[in-house]
Write a protein that binds this ligand. Structure first.
Ligand code: NAD
Length: 280
């Protein structure tokens, strides 16, 4: 095991796939000491790839080996293998009751993880987070839920860890609200991909090349979001400011509202939220 020589927390990733790579890569670029980062990965090819990319980060095929002595353990495996992974690590984790455990597995509730851990003499500190795919390029948005024993310091640490891949981090006070986070931001990127696809295709129909229509659409989406983030105006005011009476934007907005776009989007968010509840 690699020895550590500083005060930065020792962070162990269980599973070194896409999301773990994004978070580990963010920590690495932000100067988190390499000796305080570790990952386990079952698949040799993936472990070799990660080990070539991060040569000074300790890695192992054994989950047990990387969690020993870790301050923070991040479960970054797919939801369907989490139960086996947690049960397999339970006895090792019981020897380290102050470790902060973080799960990024979509749809798995903290009560299930606590049940699989089966700790009898203490309550593990557990945080569940629900990032979205733009986290892979450092532009994620995530909801976070902490069980009652998690300390403010541990919450702050978690914000720092995931702040490298998520620009918006929203704590929810009840775990059921993670379903709403899933409905808005978890599944949200796909809503915007669909809308951008439709707008770009319409641009082609209106006479633009696909390349131009796509570039204009993407930058308009990005620019509108940035403007909404930076402006003091609320979203309704911003929309009204660019909608002159009898102008081009008003023609478009009337067309969208005639097709009940607000209801369509509302139903979509509620459908995703409800599906998230069913899957939990
Ligand atoms: P991934 O498949 O890229 O990574 C998972 C890794 O875990 C793989 O490399 C796999 O080989 C490894 N693994 C499997 N079983 C293992 C075991 N027993 N021990 C050690 N390693 C094992 O998946 P991902 O996209 O990085 O997603 C990881 C988690 O993050 C999932 O639970 C997913 O729900 C959640 N998540 C991902 C995203 C995203 O944008 N990718 C967004 C939100 C949530």
């Amino acid at each position: 095991m690699v020895s550590t020589s500083n005060d930065a927390p020792v962070i162990a990733f269980i599973g070194a796939g896409n999301m773990a790579e994004a978070v580990l890569g963010g920590l690495y670029s932000n100067g988190h000491p390499e000796s305080n980062l570790r990952f386990s990965e079952l698949v040799d090819e993936r472990r070799n790839y990660m080990s070539e990319k991060y040569p000074n980060v300790f890695n192992s095929a054994s989950n047990d080996q990387v969690v020993q002595g870790a301050d923070i353990v991040i479960f970054a495996v797919k939801p369907q293998v989490l139960q086996t992974v947690v049960k397999g690590l339970a006895s090792t984790l019981h020897k380290n009751p102050s470790a902060l455990l973080i799960s990024i597995a979509a749809g798995i509730e903290t009560t299930d993880i606590l049940k699989w851990l089966g700790a009898k003499d203490y309550e593990p500190c557990l945080i569940r987070i629900m990032p979205n795919t733009p986290a892979l390029i450092g532009e994620g948005a995530t909801g976070l839920f902490a069980t009652s024993v998690v300390t403010p310091h541990q919450k702050e640490l978690t914000e720092r860890l995931f702040g490298s891949v998520c620009k918006v981090l929203s704590w929810v006070d009840s775990e059921s609200k993670i379903d709403a986070v899933t409905g808005v931001s978890g599944s949200g990127p796909a809503y915007f991909f669909l809308m951008m696809e439709a707008i770009a295709n319409a641009g082609v129909e209106a006479g633009l090349s696909l390349e131009d229509a796509k570039a204009l659409t993407l930058q308009t989406c990005l620019g509108a979001a940035r403007m909404a983030q930076e402006s003091e105006d609320d979203l309704t005011t911003l929309r009204k400011k660019v909608t002159s009476p009898n102008g081009t934007t008003e023609a478009a907005i009337k067309s969208m509202q005639g097709a009940n776009i607000e209801n369509i989007l509302r139903d979509a968010v509620i459908a995703a939220t409800n599906r998230s509840k069913e899957l939990a």
